[in-house]
Design a protein around this ligand. Structure first.
Ligand code: GDP
Ligand code: K
Ligand code: MG
Length: 300
């Protein structure tokens, strides 16, 4: 048991919502540190990532999930199954809606399915920075008609507006019990996994169309050197040789830029100098290989 005294609370809170609603941004904002990656592209988050935060005498374990959408590929199906299993396994479910998109078909489908999850639910309307305040009330009313929410919050995960209120409410709502994790832990993922995710985030921001979805990153080695720096080797796997050439870029320019940005961010998080070595390899059909999903933490 990770502990503290008799009066503590601790619980799992799953964040559920459409792709790009801002689930990962909210997890990072609640934790106050980057534990999960963010991009403008859908399907950035692939597995269940836990961000851990302490508020008063409560430990809140936030479960960031892949977005809920109509799956086509096998990998997509695994992501959506994983998201719902995250909701069923949690103590509380936090349903996110995009203030600007409102109750579109995707949001309606998510609310309908969320109704089958037994736990208490809270509604978080995100991206309120993009919409006039008076429009929000109609959305909140409509959503609460579809589903009963214990609490409703209007926030901007990006600016941090309203995030403290969500954190305080979750702290009150998680069940009584001892902490599951040590007090200084912010994530359940090992640093070498987050480092691979950060490189994947840079692939998402550098490359377009299908390539990000057909690539994955693994950390092969992580060595702490005598001078206090860390030497990290990572492999970027793609499905075809043509994709390998795109990741490398002209005279290696693209991979150099991906590596430079990733290295800088990993160094900021670890607080020590980082030497990052990236390799690109072709592994055909990795996206159809269930063994790969298991390594990624997905269910199928
Ligand atoms: P996820 O797919 O639900 O995890 O969404 P992400 O956290 O990856 O965010 C998707 C995009 O929405 C990113 O470009 C974020 O910067 C952006 N975003 C997230 N929260 C907000 C917000 O409150 N306001 C605005 N304007 N953009 C946001
Ligand atoms: K995203
Ligand atoms: Mg995400």
């Amino acid at each position: 048991q990770a502990g503290r005294g008799a009066d503590t609370r601790c619980g799992f809170v799953a964040l559920i919502g459409a792709p790009n609603v801002g689930k990962s941004t909210l997890v990072n904002a609640l934790v106050g540190s980057k534990v999960t990656i963010v991009s403008r592209k859908v399907q950035t988050t692939r597995a269940l990532i836990r961000g851990i935060v302490i508020e008063g005498a409560s430990q809140i374990i936030l479960v960031d999930t892949p977005g809920i959408f109509a799956p086509k590929r096998r990998l997509d199906r695994a992501m959506v199954t994983t998201a719902w299993s995250g909701a069923h396994d949690a103590d509380l479910v936090c349903v996110l809606l995009d203030a600007k998109k409102g109750l579109d078909d995707e949001a309606e489908a998510i609310l309908a399915k969320a109704a089958t999850v037994a736990h208490q639910k809270i509604l978080v309307v995100n991206k309120v920075d993009l919409v006039p305040r008076d429009k929000l009330l109609a959305l909140v009313a409509a959503a609460n008609e579809k589903l009963t929410f214990a609490r409703t919050f209007l926030i901007s995960a990006l600016s941090g507006d309203g995030v403290d209120d969500v954190r305080r409410a979750l702290a009150e709502m998680v069940p009584a019990g001892p902490f599951h994790y040590p007090e200084d832990q912010m994530s359940d993922a090992p640093m070498r996994h987050l480092a691979a995710e950060i490189t994947r985030e840079k692939i998402y921001s550098h490359l377009h169309q299908e390539l990000p979805y057909q690539s994955t990153v693994e950390t092969d080695s992580w060595t702490e050197r005598k001078d206090g720096s860390i030497r990290i080797e990572q492999t970027i796997f793609v499905e075809r040789d043509s994709q390998r050439k795109i990741v490398l870029g002209k005279a290696g320019a693209t991979i150099k830029s991906i590596g430079a940005q990733s290295r800088k961010e990993i160094a900021e998080i670890t607080g020590v100098p980082v030497h990052l070595f990236l390799f690109v390899k072709v592994r055909e059909n990795w996206g159809d290989d269930p063994d790969r999903y298991r390594e990624m933490g997905l269910e199928f």
